[in-house]
Design a protein around this ligand. Structure first.
Ligand code: NDP
Length: 400
């Protein structure tokens, strides 16, 4: 039982707030803080209507360490769930250290001026969190998050050695818009327009953006063209599972989405540096975010499914084995429960379960850890109960 602060009132923050409120035997007091307090209030009102649980709200600039420290000292939480943007990871970790609060997030730190995803900045906090007796849990959304925990579960229960890992992420939903991103557009476009990268035989192999692709079959969905992209959990997974000979990440994109993306890049709207406009400095991708549909509002008319999982091969008892573990999530069901679409839902539910793992003592060890370094069993038991049931296929055709 404990007090929790959620930072960030976007699509993911909405789901985390609902799910944490639904588990009031674990969380005694909840505070939702973000840059725009009115968004926190709107979420708190909706949670109150649906669950009867009160959530306190506050305004905070999470780029400002002193403001964060003051907020943490006044509410005195045990844990901060960071679902603001990756830019705020380090300031929030600094404030956690200063105020003696444990930390959790769903995306690794990224500097604003460079689209560069790596854990080095956050792993550098290891000794300081250890010395302070505080736990930092990194990457507890779906991917990273559940995909990392699926891998840990496979390694623990199904294999003596895992050799090949392919994380497959399909969104077969339709939101009815010509172009929209399913989570923060700035973060999303920075992620999918960068070069591809995968791990093979002890080193990283780089590809041009979207250069490698193939159709893959997703359960209940069928074949979807899937593109090899770099995704941040690969970095910690190859470190924590050194038997991996190859680790890749695939994401589905529709032709319409890719065409829009190409145009956005070609006309310079994906630029992350400042340009002068009417005597003012603006960052094109931030301006683009202001005119694109808000991902948090896509839910109402969203139909179809997401399907995300891990296709793994290796050995068990001296014999080759394959294993596929995945979750399918319905956009409509996610909307009915929380008012958001499945991409926010599949991120927010694991974040709330991660917070629960910390509060119940299942995942608590001083230092900075990626989720696959904790026991996957209690987490996956909760995942099914909290709205994201998972399935397994043993010795099927992995296609990859
Ligand atoms: P949104 O843009 O919808 O929400 C982000 C929220 O953070 C907004 O409420 C925003 O405030 C707030 N915020 C931004 N900057 C600050 C700041 N300086 N101080 C205080 N609050 C701030 O994003 P999403 O909800 O879609 O995504 C949230 C996080 O989840 C991101 O880090 C994203 O990368 C991660 N994610 C992880 C996934 C996973 O599977 N692991 C999948 C999808 C997302 P305002 O409302 O004022 O703009």
């Amino acid at each position: 039982m404990g007090k929790v602060i959620i930072i960030g009132a976007g699509g993911v923050g909405t789901v985390v707030a609902h799910k944490i409120a639904q588990n009031k035997t674990v969380f005694t007091d909840i505070l939702l803080a973000s840059r725009t307090k009115s968004k926190c209030d709107a979420i708190a009102n909706d949670v109150k209507k649906r669950t009867g649980v009160e959530i306190k709200t506050a305004q905070v600039d999470a780029d400002n360490v002193n403001e964060l420290i003051a907020l943490f000292r006044s509410f005195n939480p045990e844990l901060v769930v960071n679902v603001a943007l990756p830019y705020q990871d380090l300031t929030i970790m600094d404030a956690c250290l200063a105020a003696g609060v444990n930390y959790m997030d769903t995306a690794n730190y990224e500097p604003k001026e460079e689209a560069k995803f790596e854990y080095s900045w956050q792993w550098a906090y290891q000794e300081r969190f250890k010395a302070a007796g505080l736990t930092a849990i990194l990457g507890c959304g779906f991917d990273p998050g559940v995909t990392s925990i699926f891998t840990a579960y496979a390694a623990k229960h199904h294999f003596d050695e895992i050799h090949y890992l392919d994380i497959v992420d399909c969104n077969a939903g339709d939101h009815g818009k010509a172009f929209a991103t399913n989570f923060n557009p700035e973060i999303n476009i920075r992620e999918v327009t960068q070069k591809g990268k995968y791990w093979e035989n002890g080193q990283w192999v780089w590809t041009e953006p979207h250069e490698i692709h193939q159709p893959l079959n997703y359960p209940e969905i069928g074949a979807k063209e899937s593109y090899l992209i770099y995704h941040e959990e690969l970095e910690s997974l190859v470190k924590n599972f050194p038997t991996l000979k190859r680790a890749r990440f695939w994401m589905t994109f529709g032709q319409e989405y890719l065409t829009h993306l190409r145009v956005i890049q070609n006309i310079g709207m994906a630029r992350i540096d400042e340009v002068e406009y009417n005597g003012q400095k603006i960052v094109p991708i931030q301006f683009l975010k202001a005119v694109l549909p808000n991902p948090g509002d896509l839910g109402e008319n969203y139909t179809g499914w997401t399907s995300i999982g891990c296709r793994i091969s290796g050995t068990k008892d001296g014999k080759p084995k394959t294993y596929y573990i995945y979750n399918n999530c319905s956009h409509e069901a996610a909307y009915q429960e929380t008012g958001t679409q499945a991409v926010s839902y599949t991120t927010g539910v694991p974040a709330a379960i991660g917070a629960m793992m910390f509060m119940t003592g299942e995942w608590r060890k001083p230092g900075v850890y990626n989720v696959e370094e904790f026991n996957p069993d209690p987490f996956l038991a909760q995942l099914s109960q909290q709205g994201l049931p998972w399935n397994e296929v043993v010795d099927g055709d992995l296609e990859v």
